[in-house]
Write a protein that binds this ligand. Structure first.
Ligand code: HEM
Length: 337
């Protein structure tokens, strides 16, 4: 094929991609296998476990949407009828023995099982922002953290050079360092981090970012209390709280205003933006062991119901493929947690 024919092929492929509108342009994506390999090289490889959010537990929950939710979106999740939800609580990172008493990330992943076989998946974190602005930056950060084979530690100069050139990668760590250790999986806020559009019956769109806020309020530990709790208390604490009927979250949407940045996972909305409660999520049961419906699924945040649409945040669409790769690897190895 001569050069002009190639040019036409490339241009028509690019137009095809744009028309399909399945996510960011291919140039914004990173090879998902390389991304997951780099998670494993930077944090260790633990067969059968999720390559991120490895230490966790399955739970079942129920969501009841509110009239405010119905006004903002036609999504059937907001009908007001109880919707069954598969939930998973976890600690950030790929280490299945990550300590529960560190100033680090907690996760709440959800799959709403909606009428007609529709599903809505999401993975929310205990910080209002993520640790990278785009997938290339995430890959670069992880690469800088890969341990040197000799010293078994990351090269400090390399880590510093990357962070100096990409200061966004330090913002989330600063946030966690500023926060006390959460007392419970059931008593911490979980942010969606990305912007999403909520579409009403007339087609009107409202963009915002969501937060799951514990109905009983947040609870934290002093450094001494956290030390005394040890490295494994969160899952049993959750089982006890849920058995006592005490874990529920309000699903709140912070409404963006014109001019707000909604396509960036490292830029939270201003704290004073109006919040609307879309409904309430009640945790009904926690798995008594390491099994459950969450083990063999992934929570792909691009799986959205009719009435909720993704923003252009490059980190959002970039999650789908590495999650599928991680799921595939752990299913072949024997999925566990
Ligand atoms: C390109 C960017 C990202 C990559 C490559 C990535 C990668 C991964 C991978 C491989 C998993 C394990 C999936 C599985 O085995 O099922 C995972 C889990 C998770 N990620 Fe990400 N992630 C990215 C961005 C984000 C962002 C921006 C958030 C913030 C909301 C986030 C939140 C989570 C949560 C909450 C989980 C645990 C979900 C569960 O319990 O299954 N990730 N991520």
């Amino acid at each position: 094929m001569n050069q002009s024919v190639w040019t036409r092929v490339l241009v028509s492929s690019a137009i095809g991609l744009a028309t399909l509108s399945v996510g960011p342009p291919a140039s914004a994506q990173v090879n998902p296998g390389l991304m997951v390999d780099t998670f494993e090289r930077a944090g260790g490889k633990f067969e059968g476990f999720r390559r991120s959010g490895a230490k966790g537990v399955c739970a079942s929950a129920e969501f009841v949407g509110s009239a405010d939710g119905r006004a903002l979106s036609v999504a059937s999740a907001f009908s007001g009828k109880p919707v069954p939800v598969i939930a998973r609580f976890s600690i950030g990172g790929g280490n299945p023995k990550a300590p529960d008493n560190a100033r680090s990330q907690r996760n709440l992943a959800l799959q709403f099982d909606l009428p007609g076989g529709e599903t809505w998946q999401m993975g929310n974190i205990s910080a209002p922002l993520f640790g990278a602005a785009n997938p290339q930056q995430m890959l670069g950060r992880l690469t800088s953290l890969v341990p040197d084979p000799q010293t078994r530690k990351p090269d400090a100069d390399q880590v510093k050079a990357f962070a100096d050139a990409n200061p966004e990668v330090l913002l989330q760590g600063k946030y966690f360092a500023s926060q006390p250790v959460p007392a419970s999986f059931g008593a911490v806020n979980y942010w969606g981090v990305h912007g999403f559009y909520f579409v009403d019956a007339a087609g009107k769109k409202q963009v915002g970012k969501w937060i799951f806020e514990p109905v009983g309020g947040t609870q934290t530990l002093t450094d001494d209390e956290a030390k005394a709790k040890g490295t494994d208390f969160l899952i049993d604490d959750l089982r006890q709280r849920v058995a006592a009927g005490g874990v529920a979250f309000d699903f709140n949407l912070q409404l963006a205003q014109p001019g707000d940045r909604i396509d960036s996972a490292v830029t939270p909305l201003p704290a004073d933006r109006k919040k609307v409660t879309l409904g309430r999520l009640t945790i009904k049961a926690v798995s008594p062991d390491a099994t459950g419906a969450c083990v063999s699924i992934t929570f792909n945040p691009m799986v959205l119901p009719k009435g909720v649409e993704p923003s252009d945040d490059p980190m959002l669409a970039a999650r789908a493929a590495p999650y599928a790769v991680s799921l595939g690897r752990r299913l072949v190895e024997g999925a566990r947690q």
